[in-house]
Design a protein around this ligand. Structure first.
Ligand SMILES: *Cc1c(COP(=O)(O)O)cnc(C)c1O
Length: 357
């Protein structure tokens, strides 16, 4: 297994490299440079290898296009995360869990990134910048679930990851720790046996990975997932519904099945956020409902994620469900099953008292 820091150095980071790889006619130098000035470019070797042709699902996710410079409805902080941030690096929106941003960088930058406003600046953050975050988590004993996110937490060195896990584990009220990462898709070399052994010391640590297309589950990514799973991390997945990438029921169904086969339980499909710079990835909401309908009942129930909209303005994740109930009367529920056939369930009736008869 190679040194992952070295692998990152072999990433694509400049417009010149894009032009060299994909041709002058496919890279609008000026517009792409403008996009990169706003949000870093980096494509790791593993991500680059998934790109098979110009404009495919992987090119679209990683190669900046002039559309990034067009803003229609998009805003920088569409989820209003900064308003729900009591101290730097913490977003506390739900009653019993908090988001803890521990790393500002990712291995590969996804062009649809919701947190592009604060991701990509590679300046090293001194550990004392996290003091107020730890104090907040310590004082708020109602928090029992802490989500390490960023950027990508697994971009940190092992000893830094251990520092965070150790500090959190020392707080008695914190029951579970989650690591949200896209590393298995973009830098599988990072998940070394040493990292796995470090994480395993602080269980329960859940790892939620991020895959958007079945072809991202390369043999290397699958081996990486197996290492995490073998280290005792329950794995979940998050997927963003993206126009031209995965907005087709068959692609999503295959992705969910493949994840499950890799011991990853599909967790969420997100409607794309209304983020400035990423608006060209947005689909209709009906597309997401169509996808859930095409999965539910047609394959393992364990492969069915929740389809959610992270509400603009900061309302949190709201699930959207296809409608199976046709009607509820006083006597019965009229429903359709996954194949669209109608069934009826009789509602309980008042018992007839035999003693008065
Ligand atoms: C998504 C999110 C969580 C976690 O939500 P779950 O539904 O428990 O996965 C927590 N805090 C914030 C701010 C979030 O955006």
């Amino acid at each position: 297994m190679g040194n992952w820091q070295q692998v990152i150095k072999n990433s694509v980071t400049t417009v010149d490299q894009l032009v060299e790889l994909f041709g002058e006619e496919n890279v609008d130098r000026e517009a792409v440079q403008q996009a990169i000035d706003k949000f870093n470019l980096r494509i790791t070797p593993a991500a680059l290898e998934t790109i098979k042709e110009i404009g495919d699902a992987f090119w679209q996710q990683y190669v900046p296009t002039p559309e990034e410079n067009e803003v229609i409805d998009g805003v920088p902080d569409s989820l209003n995360e900064d308003a729900d941030s009591p101290v730097p690096n913490i977003t506390h929106r739900y009653p019993d869990r908090a988001l803890f941003l521990v790393s500002p960088v990712c291995a590969t930058y996804c062009r649809f990134c919701t947190r592009r406003r604060k991701v990509g600046d590679p300046d090293k953050i001194p550990l004392n910048q996290f003091d107020s975050a730890f104090q907040y988590l310590e004082a708020h004993t109602e928090i029992r679930d802490v989500i390490l996110s960023g950027g990508d937490p697994l971009m940190l060195a092992d000893r830094r990851i251990e520092y965070f896990l150790k500090k959190l584990r020392a707080m008695r009220h914190i029951e579970i720790i989650r690591i949200h990462t896209r590393i298995p898709a973009h830098l599988p070399e990072r998940v070394t046996p040493e990292l796995c052994a470090t994480i395993a010391k602080y269980h329960p640590v859940y790892v939620n990975v991020h895959f958007n297309h079945p072809a991202e589950l390369t043999p290397e990514a699958e081996e990486c997932l197996a290492r995490l799973s073998d280290a005792g991390c329950p794995l979940g997945s998050q997927t963003v519904l993206l126009k031209g990438v995965n907005d087709e029921p068959e692609i999503m169904k295959e992705l969910m099945r493949k994840l499950l086969a890799n011991r990853v339980r599909p967790y969420y499909i997100y409607q794309a956020d209304v983020v400035a710079g990423g608006e060209h990835f947005r689909t209709s909401v009906l597309k997401g409902l169509e996808i859930i309908k095409a999965i539910r009942g047609w394959t393992s129930g364990m492969a069915v994620p929740h389809f959610v909209i992270d509400a603009p303005g900061g309302g949190g994740k709201i699930p959207l469900m296809p409608e199976y109930v046709q009607e509820i009367t006083e006597d019965e529920v009229v429903m359709r099953n996954y194949a669209g056939e109608e069934y009826r369930y009789p509602l309980p009736k008042e018992p007839v008292l035999s003693s008065v008869l």
